[in-house]
Write a protein that binds this ligand. Structure first.
Ligand code: CA
Length: 237
């Protein structure tokens, strides 16, 4: 079996050393870049299975790297590693298309669990795309989810969703009417087993999803918030 390839973009040599050592121990191949521009070139040229991306980098910062990767249409999972504590940075990173962030100093176990979860999620998506059958169509009225093609249509027009938004919508819609807590969604959509950390990524993904799916994101009628409980999908009546 092919070894999965992880690209490390980080200018602190000792952190790169720790990451490389642990990733290789787990059987991953690694690529390294010590500035943003070199990282971007490797991301585009080497097609890694996952990118670990520092934010404060020479030449080009991590935000720009992430945004450019997404603008070029690459769906590679991006995990931001940041020493910056501010919420704004984290939210901005997620808004620019990162899949997750982890704050320095991080636990290696936690980091490896997230690397594994994100690579597995991507593998499942690719597999699902290869098996197109009519059963892969989820007809929700004005919204139709084509799981095989990885496309959501509203009133017949394709919506531009990120992989994570697509996974979240598909999960909620396939279980329409059931309420899921943020914690449950972290476990089932993000694949983080027994996750006990920050669940804000769920709120960010829901907000972005509503902007694309709802007629009026301020008054959602598909992705509904149940206060104190979580989210549910409501089909067209
Ligand atoms: Ca740095």
């Amino acid at each position: 079996m092919d070894r999965k390839k992880v690209l490390i973009v980080e200018d602190e040599k000792n952190i790169v050393d720790i990451l490389r050592f642990n990733l290789q121990k787990e059987g991953y191949a690694t690529l390294e870049a010590y500035d943003g521009k070199a990282g971007l070139e490797l991301a585009l040229g080497e097609n890694p299975d996952l990118i670990l991306l520092d934010l404060m980098l020479p030449v080009m910062n991590g935000f720009e790297v992430c945004k450019t990767i997404r603008d070029k249409g690459l769906h590679t999972p991006v995990l931001i590693i940041t020493a910056r504590e501010t919420e704004q940075d984290k939210i901005l990173g997620l808004d620019l298309g990162a899949d997750d962030y982890i704050t320095k100093p991080f636990s290696i176990r936690e980091l490896m669990a997230r690397v594994k979860a994100n690579i597995r999620r991507m593998a499942m998506v690719t597999q699902a795309a290869a098996q197109e059958t009519p059963a892969n169509l989820l007809d929700l009225g004005r919204l139709v989810i084509d799981k095989g093609a990885g496309v959501v249509r509203k009133d017949g027009a394709d919506l531009e969703l990120t992989q994570r938004e697509f996974d979240l919508l598909t999960y909620l819609a396939a279980n329409a009417g059931n309420v899921f807590s943020r914690q449950e969604l972290m476990e089932r959509v993000w694949n983080y087993e027994g996750y006990v950390g920050d669940v804000r990524a769920v709120d960010v993904a829901v907000r972005r999803l509503r902007e694309k799916v709802e007629d009026n994101p301020a008054q959602p009628r598909y992705i509904i918030t149940r206060r104190g409980a979580g989210y549910l999908f409501q089909k067209d009546a």
